[in-house]
Design a protein. Structure first.
Length: 247
């Protein structure tokens, strides 16, 4: 884990209240991998003490990209940062997605669960893995990263109101797929539960949760295990093998 002030090099609003930040730094970016996250300070850190966990959508040796929804005081403060300013960041934190050695991967994402799958798709294709993505949103104005994911394979987009792509829920569309070896999913528990319970193939789920410290010390993000006990999403996860956590 590294603390670094990253420079905001580029800022885009890619969907309604959804922001894409390209951050520059020398220590955190080269250590990023799919499924891990950054713990981002909101404002000056005095009015809002808790950092916000934000997943990583892309990275290279000098830059990393985060995409998040401005939906509360903390993320709204982060969204207000201007290009050229710096952001105080811890990371990368958590466990990432294990990468397949061969075969076909099904990627399933809902809303702000889509960004880490973009990073994952890129790395899987580098490994020679065939990738299909199924991503879901509420409406056309909420859709993002669909075109970027098409660079790596077939993409199906669902919207709840039918204004873009297939009308319906991303879980229903995902469960219609059968020709894959492993699935990877990121989104709310209500989306992950039917995937974990109904897909027979091996897979991995990435949980979204409010966090305190980000390193497993405060127990703010515990989740029950299926076989008893608990895990800490920030440090044991956020990625878990299918069947480990109770959704």
């Amino acid at each position: 884990m590294i603390k670094e002030k990253l420079k905001l090099a580029k800022k885009e609003e890619v969907a309604a209240n959804v922001y894409k930040f390209t951050l520059e730094g020398s220590h955190i970016p080269p250590r990023c991998s799919p499924g891990r996250f950054l713990h981002v300070q909101a404002g000056d850190g005095r009015a809002m003490l808790l950092r916000r966990p934000i997943s990583i959508s892309a990275a290279d040796d000098q830059t990393c990209v985060i995409i998040f929804r401005a939906s509360g005081a903390g993320t709204e403060a982060i969204a207000s940062v201007r290009v050229g300013d710096t952001i105080d960041v811890f990371g990368p934190l958590g466990s990432g997605f294990p990468l397949l050695d061969d075969g076909t991967a099904l990627l399933v994402g809902g809303g702000v669960g889509v960004p880490p799958l973009h990073f994952l798709a890129e790395e899987l294709v580098k490994n020679g893995i065939r990738v299909k993505s199924v991503i879901g949103f509420r409406s056309a104005e909420d859709v993002f990263l669909a075109d970027e994911l098409r660079q790596y394979g077939e993409v199906e987009v669902t919207t709840e109101d039918g204004t873009y792509g297939t009308k319906g829920y991303v879980t229903d569309a995902a469960l219609m797929n059968s020709e894959f070896d492993t699935f990877y999913a990121c989104g709310p528990k209500a989306m992950l539960h039917p995937l974990q319970e109904n897909i027979e193939a091996p897979g991995y789920v990435s949980l979204e949760e409010r966090m305190g410290c980000g390193i497993g010390a405060c127990f703010a993000c515990v989740c029950d295990k299926k076989d008893g006990g608990y895990v800490k999403i920030c440090s044991d996860g956020p990625v878990f093998e299918k069947g480990v956590v109770q959704l």
